[in-house]
Design a binder for this molecule. Structure first.
Ligand SMILES: [Ca+2]
Length: 236
């Protein structure tokens, strides 16, 4: 009797237990893999952002804003050019940052922006920032001026009237997670990057040297809604 039972295989209950255990292990593996992917994305973006800060182009930085004041209505510029920024409208600081330390600036999409005298240049420019956007329903200007725009959620950049000169093929922002974004003009080519990866580039007209605002276009249009941190503006 015992000998015959040995070869009856799993009972239904045993089989269910095995299936449940396999399902739990699979779920743990998927969650863990997603976590590893996310850490790799942030890590690559942080390395890219650090690379910008250590590049020779920083000699031509016109505005470097860490947004680590955590209070008040002015933001310090560490570029050495003295282009201190002034927060207009509602001022709201956040301790939610890409690095987990310091502060970021919260833009309400209604009246918050930062005025600066930081210029992009006619022969080279970089606009770089960390952004966290939850709502992709509106155009969110990140770093823009009267003749130059860089905005999300479907990340786009352009100048001299061609506002959508380079663009992402699909919305990669808007997931309420921190992303590093950069727009770079050099030798007639404008390129945009997300988390250190070049997404798109195009031949463009020569830009104008002009000042920029953070979180708005022309003081009133298409305001940013979400968090911005670590803005770098370079121009020559
Ligand atoms: Ca900061």
């Amino acid at each position: 009797m015992w000998a015959s039972r040995k070869f009856q295989g799993f009972t239904i209950v045993e089989l269910l237990i095995v299936i449940v255990v396999i399902a739990i292990l699979a779920a743990i593996t998927i969650v863990s893999y997603t976590g590893i992917q996310e850490r790799a994305r942030i890590s690559a973006a942080q390395a890219f952002a650090a690379q910008i800060k250590h590049s020779p182009d920083m000699l031509d930085a016109t505005g470097v804003f860490a947004f680590d004041e955590c209070s008040g209505t002015t933001v310090n510029d560490s570029s050495g050019k003295g282009n201190t920024g002034t927060i207009a409208g509602t001022v709201s600081w956040s301790t939610d940052t890409p690095t987990g330390s310091g502060c970021s600036l919260s833009f309400n999409g209604t009246n918050t922006h930062v005025n600066t005298a930081a210029e992009i240049g006619a022969s080279f420019y970089i606009k770089s920032a960390w952004v966290k956007v939850a709502d992709c329903g509106a155009t969110n200007n990140i770093i823009s001026g009267p003749g130059s725009a860089f905005y999300s959620c479907n990340l786009r950049s352009g100048h001299n009237g061609s506002w959508t000169q380079v663009a992402t093929g699909s919305e990669r922002l808007g997931d309420n997670k921190w992303h590093h974004v950069m727009s770079k003009y050099e030798n007639g080519t404008l390129s945009i990057y997300i988390d250190g990866e070049e997404i798109d580039s195009a031949s463009v007209a020569t830009p104008n040297t002009l000042t920029n605002q953070i979180g708005v276009l022309n003081s009133q249009n298409n305001r940013f809604s979400g968090l911005i941190d670590d803005v770098v503006i370079i121009g020559r």
